[in-house]
Design a protein around this ligand. Structure first.
Ligand SMILES: NC(=O)c1ccc[n+]([C@@H]2O[C@H](COP(=O)([O-])OP(=O)(O)OC[C@H]3O[C@@H](n4cnc5c(N)ncnc54)[C@H](O)[C@@H]3O)[C@@H](O)[C@H]2O)c1
Ligand SMILES: [Zn+2]
Ligand SMILES: [Zn+2]
Length: 390
């Protein structure tokens, strides 16, 4: 089959690889009909994620038609249509029982490597490094889905792929980010980033009762989308000092809830910490560019909440932990517990409360994936979200 494979920093290619096979009685094989590129894939493209190997198949936002199931799979049968969450979870461990699916501690075959880096090993993820399982991803013609009784979301209505595809990741990720922010009715919520995750965090903040949403980015069409679809006020961080502007907008108190939907590759026009981050990550002396996390801690009102869906990789520099502690902030983070949100968010889509396809700017065949990775990374051609069709 054809698949999008990682070959090194800045180098992804379409290769011909072996078709996946059932390896365990709980597996399903899905023929992919739609599959998206995520901001998390950019961290792989840009070389931020360790333990990648040449030939790794990327992609963790797929859906398609079930081709074959192992003999223990009861939830799906050949011909069913399903969206596949990016988190691989067993459904029976201590964490899964608490619906903390992304912390499932049984699905990472390379748990030792993760424990070395993090103290414990969270769940295996599709197409996201060997430290997190080494599972082949879904930017391919076929995907092996382990624990098929737990993850896949069966789509029984005739909703088109584009409306349900993002249940695999960015819609629940934005929703959990807003939920983790602990929004109270009327709160002012600041969202760093206007990428796909941020757009769904903005939508979800509104659903959860935010009074005001202030969105921060520097890409014109992304800011415009936040204003148009999320009714957000916006700040362009290339044109204004974010701290000063947020204080002005909140009468000096700061936003009640802050969401970092940027993660480890933050940009910042010339600020000293960002220049240092850039130099250190280029020289491999640091793992992350943490400008947004620092800025959000400084901007958040005292007693407020900081929610971090943005992906970080290693040990971060110059985090103002004293500010965080003395201001009494609450921090919540994590890979999304996708399966927790599958049913409630599918119901919202079915009820017409939200149509997640508003985010899509590019639709292309899988063969164009290498080019589309670069278009998405470089924010060319108004690119906000790419859907690939194998
Ligand atoms: N927690 C999870 O389960 C989960 C799931 C999906 C994605 N993610 C992560 O969420 C983050 C966002 O994903 P995405 O798909 O929206 O990516 P994206 O790369 O499209 O968006 C990131 C946005 O941040 C903006 N940005 C950069 N520096 C900024 C700054 N200083 N201030 C404000 N905005 C800034 C960029 O211009 C860009 O629009 C990534 O780190 C991704 O890995 C996490
Ligand atoms: Zn993702
Ligand atoms: Zn589990």
């Amino acid at each position: 089959m054809k698949a999008l494979c990682w070959h090194g920093t800045g180098d992804v290619r379409i290769d011909t690889v072996l078709d996946p096979k059932i390896e365990d009685s709980r597996d399903a094989i899905v023929r992919i009909t739609s599959t998206a590129i995520c901001g998390s894939d950019l961290h792989l493209l840009d070389g931020y994620m360790p333990t990648m190997e040449k030939g790794d198949i990327l992609g963790h936002e797929p859906m398609g038609i079930v081709e074959e199931v192992g003999k223990s799979v009861t939830k799906l049968k050949k011909g069913d249509r399903a969206v596949v969450p990016f988190t691989i979870s067993c459904g029976t461990c201590w964490y899964c029982k608490r619906t903390e699916f992304s912390l499932c501690d049984t699905t990472n075959p390379n748990a030792e490597v993760a424990r070395e880096a993090m103290g414990q090993s969270p769940a295996g993820l599709f197409g996201f490094s060997h430290m997190l399982g080494g599972y082949a991803g879904g930017q391919a013609e076929f995907l092996r889905v382990p624990f098929a009784n737990v993850g896949p979301i069966k789509i029984e209505s005739d909703l088109p792929d584009e409306k349900v595809l993002f249940l695999s990741d960015i819609f629940p990720t934005g929703y959990m980010a807003a939920e983790n922010a602990g929004i109270e009715n009327g709160d002012t919520v600041a969202v760093w980033g206007c990428g796909p995750v941020a757009q769904f965090a903005i939508q979800s903040a509104r659903m959860l009762g935010a009074g005001r949403v202030i969105a921060i980015d520097r890409v014109a069409e992304r800011l415009e989308m936040a204003r148009k679809h999320g009714k957000a006020e916006t700040i362009n961080f290339d044109e204004e000092k974010v701290y000063d502007r947020l204080m002005e907008m909140t009468k000096g108190r700061g936003p009640d809830r802050c969401i970092d939907a940027v993660g480890c590759e933050a940009h910042a026009g010339g600020s000293i910490d960002a220049v240092l981050d850039k130099a250190k990550t280029t020289l491999h002396l640091a793992t992350d560019r943490a400008h947004v996390l620092r800025e959000a801690i400084m901007c958040c009102r005292m007693g407020g909440t900081l929610s971090v869906p943005g992906v970080y990789v290693g040990s971060l520099d110059k985090i103002p932990f004293g500010a965080l502690m003395n201001k009494g902030l609450t921090v919540k983070a994590g890979q999304t517990h996708v399966q927790r949100y599958s049913d409630p968010l599918l119901k919202k889509i079915e009820a017409g409360e939200i149509d997640p396809s508003f985010i899509i700017t590019h639709r292309r065949p899988l063969a164009d994936a290498p080019e589309m990775y670069k278009t998405f990374r470089d924010k060319q051609d108004g690119c906000i979200k790419v859907v690939l069709r194998p």
